[in-house]
Design a protein around this ligand. Structure first.
Ligand code: NDP
Length: 246
């Protein structure tokens, strides 16, 4: 049984898609939840309302993951509103489609700032607040393990950085009883990768189950890793992809 009662979580990019499902699932299992977003104010308000509907506390924080000052401020706001933090979920990320020969240096920099530096700076800011039993869970991508198409090289690179980040940070925080894990979603039906999009059929054909995941199916893996049931799992890389990298 999953019991997150009394736990306080911060989810980055919680206004839509997988992050919104994670924020809500953590609350449904008992956690109070702060989450960040960048632009989607009304969607963020709607997620906060859904979380409050579970009886848990919710706080939506507008903070650009590319901005180190905004990251520090959002952690301070979350700690202040919830009275501390026990769980960090690094979910916010952007995609980048384009051949390496064609991508612009500014696009590349934004990708790395949000997808790589963001999780590092969120962890750095949250670590001082975590006690034994604390959790850091990042959302990577199956493309970190295998790159089946041209044009996703830079995005896959940004996600593969989280493999070493997770393994190394688990070594750093293990002595304090804090676990650090990485979830690798496969194709998941969100605005970023709709199940009716132009590249959807080829993605379906690559998975063992032959379908996209729903965001709540990725969220349930995160809830498990956040829970006491996963107390001895750390430095782990969990594919949640319908068998796409089987
Ligand atoms: P979406 O694009 O649907 O949602 C992205 C979320 O991140 C939104 O809440 C968005 O906020 C937020 N966000 C984006 N940029 C920033 C920023 N600079 N600062 C703060 N928040 C930001 O993505 P998904 O739900 O599809 O993806 C979630 C995670 O799962 C990502 O890490 C992604 O790489 C990974 N993933 C997704 C897969 C898929 O098939 N969907 C497959 C593999 C991995 P706002 O609404 O305000 O823009």
């Amino acid at each position: 049984m999953i019991d997150l009662n009394g736990k306080r979580a911060l989810v980055t990019g919680g206004s839509r898609g997988i992050g919104a499902a994670i924020a809500l699932a953590l609350a449904e299992n008992g956690a109070d939840v702060a989450f960040t977003y960048q632009n989607s104010i009304s969607k963020a308000e709607s997620v906060a309302t859904s979380i409050k509907g579970t009886g848990r506390r919710a706080i939506a924080i507008k903070a650009d993951s590319a901005d180190p000052n905004a990251i520090a401020r959002s952690v301070t706001e979350a700690v202040s509103a919830l009275g501390g933090l026990d769980i960090l979920v690094n979910n916010a990320a952007i995609g980048l489609n384009g051949m390496i020969a064609d991508i612009h240096v500014d696009e590349y920099q934004a990708l790395m700032d949000i997808n790589v530096r963001g999780p590092v700076l969120f962890a750095k800011a949250v670590i001082p607040h975590l006690a034994a039993g604390g959790r850091i869970i990042s959302i990577g991508s199956g493309l970190a393990e295998r790159v089946p198409f041209p044009g996703v090289t830079a995005y896959a690179m940004s996600k593969s950085a989280l493999l070493s980040f997770t393994r190394g940070l688990s070594r750093e925080l293990g002595p304090r009883g804090i676990t650090v894990n990485l979830v690798l979603p496969g194709s998941t039906d969100t605005e970023a990768n709709p199940a009716n999009g132009p590249a959807a059929d080829i993605q379906r054909s690559m998975s063992s189950l032959g379908r996209f995941a729903e965001p709540h199916e990725v969220a349930s893996a995160v809830v498990y890793l956040a829970s006491p049931a996963a107390s001895v799992i750390t430095g782990a890389i969990l594919a949640v992809d319908g068998g796409a990298i089987a």
